[in-house]
Design a protein around this ligand. Sequence first.
Ligand code: CS2
Ligand code: MN
Length: 353
Amino acid sequence: MKMTFRWYGEKDPVTLDKIRQIPNMTGVVTALYTIPVGEVWDSESILALKKVINDNGLEMEVIESVPVHEEIKLGSPARERYIENYKQTIRNLGAAGVKVICYNFMPVFDWVRSELKYVTEDGSNCLAYSQETLSKLDPKKQSLSLPGWDESYTKDELAELLKRYEAVNADKLFENMVYFLEKIIPVCEECDVKMAVHPDDPPWSLFDLPRIICDEAGIDKLFAAVDSKYNGITLCTGSLGANKGNDLVKLAAKYAKMGRVHFLHARNIKFKDENPETLFFHESPHPTECGSLDIYGIMRALYENGFEGYTRPDHGRNIWGEDGRPGYGLFDRALGAVYLSGLWEAIGKTLKK
Ligand code: CS2
Ligand code: MN
């Protein structure tokens, strides 16, 4: 397991010299944030980014994310150009020593929450999800205001995009994903770059848009359709774990054994209300006892099944007065990283006895 930390580039208040001081940290997970979605990531920019990271004593072996253009997800004729661009980006990243690309296949929205600064019992604040709040929003009828939603679309553009997705159900979206992967996986094999799809967050359909990487059945279907080790997942415990039906320990064991877990996002969530209509959870400190997920069990299942991929502590809370980017402050994620390293050492030493 290689411990990494997400870094949002030069503008991130969590600087590389701080990240380097977290025990066991080997590298950062980052992206070229200035290149428009769908365009090629040129080698010069990639190498410049890598140099800054390497000069700070860290590696750049994982990219999160190379976003997939909506035309690819929609399956329109315009996708061909974007798929060619994606292939070139893979080649350029591979040549720079990148080993894993994290991406997602969620239409229009990435992660969705109802609150960015939910205050918990100990005074810290974190991201939270309320089904009741989300159910009241309808982006087709009213202009959407979602915390964390970057509003890169105007109201009309969003309406137009949502309209186009009316023709794309879950089967069609899956077909479009397979079409994309069939074209890019041979390039990944050539360049030794593994694709690691991030599960849908939350793992169910929202605003009538299909979501397909939500559970074991969806992941099995994806692996069977494009049967290559280069077609793998980012095991995001907090995303998949929001669906109580997902047995994370079982999934971790199964997919690690298959050699398909290339990247681990470890985080915990705490359910406050488990009724589907009023479901409410907030993100919690990483340790098992602090939330509803068995982080120890997941790490153990990964260890026992030969997981050798990259790991990062996913979302942290704001603690000790920090006012960080939602989910991505320094302190709580650093605590998470150390906790995960501690588990890993203990599990390894116990199993070897
Ligand atoms: C991340 C996702 O912050 C997060 O929740 O895990 O935004 C993730 O980077 C993307 O879904 C991957 O493409
Ligand atoms: Mn994640």
